[in-house]
Design a binder for this molecule. Sequence first.
Ligand SMILES: [Zn+2]
Length: 148
Amino acid sequence: MSGVEVLVRQQDNEKVLLVYRLDGRAPTAQQCEDVGEDHGFYEPHAEAAHSFGAYAKAQLVREGFQGGLCDHAWKSWGHYGRNPFGQFSACSKCGVSAMTVHRKRSPQVSYLYDKWELREHVWRLWLQRGPVLGSLVELPHHQKGGAQ
Ligand SMILES: [Zn+2]
């Protein structure tokens, strides 16, 4: 991701990320979430990092996930549709669903986990071990047209 710098720290046995931008602007909520997910967080929580004066507008990102995790056991994957088309499955343990969405004449593929759209590498990670069905909380910037 261009323009976002990350410092990884351990704080009371917890991994915290200091996220800032070289242009001095505050990282967006979406950038903080992406960086957090890249570092293995399921529900990255960002707040202003007041104690880092050198990095004005830096954000402190830590794991905020409170729900349960499942080592998923996927039922056999099914195929659906023509346009869009893709694959879908559900976990036989926790019931969460996963799906790919391809659109004809578009190189872009959507990766859905429950009702959430993830980037592919995060999706693949969460397919191994991820939040149980219904355990993720909606954040303001998830809304279409919400604050970025
Ligand atoms: Zn599961």
